[in-house]
Structure formats: structure tokens, C-alpha cells
Design a protein around this ligand. Structure first.
Ligand code: DX5
Ligand code: ZN
Length: 214
């Protein structure tokens, strides 16, 4: 299992050191939540702050857009050279075009599904993307409770991935901790995002990240 701590739960007054700390604790990716106050009822960070993250990190960035007007945000963040940019299928009229556009900018395209969105809705996009991000909370905030129906959705998605693009990875985001990590692994999940579990862990970031690397 690969682990992508979400910096949404980091101490933003000490952001560069927080990013260095999770990299030293051997995370696999740094998950960056971009919220615009329209698609979700919260507002986070733009390219000025994310460029500071890009300078501090030694691990690839995984940018999760929760925005209206995806293309505008792709143009802002692709120059920061993240490994992945993921966008919500619920907010995009031309997902196939946007996937091709993200790839043309040298970034791996990924698609995010909200908890109610069936994996079958992106069956014919799977061949062209590198990752699917399944939300296991409603997007907008860290520290929410894990929605267990994501496990069944991951299994259904895994079957479709095997059919269309076995290289496509499954990432799960929201409420991930050491209580649900085994079930996520069994469901075929490749990468977990964890915000409050990693940054709130009293035993330290390294212990938290290790406990998810199963
Ligand atoms: C929620 C974000 C998540 C969030 C996860 O909209 O996409 O990445 O930071 O935080 P936890 O792990 O605390 O649920
Ligand atoms: Zn996220």
C-alpha cells in the first residue's frame, strides 16, 4: 500500500517543515487538496502556497482538485510538476478532453468519484487515465468519518480496471486509519490518502505512515 498524507491537516504556519517531516517519514506522495469555495464549501490553497510545497517536498505531489472550472486550475498547477492531477467527474462536462489535456502537459491524469458516483460511470475513461480516486468521505474537510460503501465500489472498480487498464491505480481518500486499512487492501486499493490520522498521530508521522504500509 502506498501512503499519501494530506497536508490539509498539517500546521500551515509551519508548512515547509511539515512537508519535509512527512517526506523524511517515507511517505510515497504528498496529497494536496485544492478547494475553491464553489464545488465544495471550503477554500484552501492556490499556486503560491503549492509552489512552496513543491520546493519543500522530496516526494511527488498528488494534486486533488475540488473546484469548478477544472481547466483553469489545471493551467495553474501543472507548471508545478505534480505527478498526478485529479479532477471530479461530477464537475466536468468534457472529462475525456481534460484527461488528454492534463497528459499533454506532462502530468498523469486521474479522476475522482464522490461517494455516490458509481465506478461504471467512468468505464470508458479507464483506458486513458493513470489513477481513480474514490472518495470515502464527502469532499471538503479533513477529519470526517470513513464511509464503508467505498469498499464495495473499490472491488467493482478493480474488476473494470482489470478489463480495461490493469496499470490504472485505485486511491481512496477520507477517514483512512489503521482500523480500515486491511479492508482497503483486501478491496484492491493501491494508495491511501490520510490527513488527520497522520498529522494527528501522537506516536509520530513515521509510525502512522508505517501502520498504513501493509
Ligand atoms: C477531503 C480531502 C481529503 C482530506 C482527508 O475533501 O480530499 O484529502 O484531507 O483527510 P482525513 O484523512 O482526515 O479524512
Ligand atoms: Zn483529497
Amino acid at each position: 500500500m502506498l501512503v499519501a498524507p494530506s497536508i490539509l491537516s498539517a500546521d500551515f504556519g509551519n508548512l515547509a517543515n511539515e512537508v519535509k517531516a512527512i517526506c523524511n517519514a517515507e511517505c510515497d506522495l504528498v496529497h494536496v487538496d485544492v478547494m475553491d469555495g464553489h464545488f465544495v464549501p471550503n477554500l484552501t490553497i492556490g499556486p503560491v502556497v503549492v509552489s512552496a510545497v513543491a520546493k519543500a517536498t522530496t516526494k511527488p505531489m498528488d494534486i486533488h482538485l475540488m473546484v469548478e472550472n477544472n481547466t483553469f486550475f489545471v493551467d495553474l498547477f501543472a507548471p508545478l510538476r505534480p505527478k498526478y492531477i485529479s479532477f471530479h467527474i461530477e464537475e466536468e462536462k468534457h472529462p475525456h478532453r481534460l484527461v488528454q489535456y492534463i497528459r499533454s502537459l506532462g502530468v498523469k491524469p486521474a479522476i475522482v468519484l464522490n461517494p455516490h458516483t458509481p465506478p461504471e460511470s467512468i468505464e470508458y475513461l479507464l483506458a486513458d487515465i493513470d489513477m481513480v480516486l474514490l472518495m470515502s468521505v464527502n469532499p471538503g474537510f479533513g477529519g470526517q468519518q470513513f464511509i464503508p460503501s467505498v469498499l464495495e465500489r473499490a472491488k467493482r472498480l478493480k474488476a473494470l480496471i482489470e478489463l480495461h487498464n490493469p496499470n490504472c491505480l485505485i486511491e481512496v481518500d477520507g477517514g483512512v486509519n489503521n482500523q480500515n486499512i486491511n479492508a482497503l487492501k483486501e478491496a484492491g486499493v493501491d494508495i491511501v490518502v490520510a490527513g488527520s490520522y497522520v498529522f494527528g498521530n501522537r506516536d509520530g508521522y513515521k509510525e502512522a505512515i508505517n501502520s498504513l504500509k501493509i
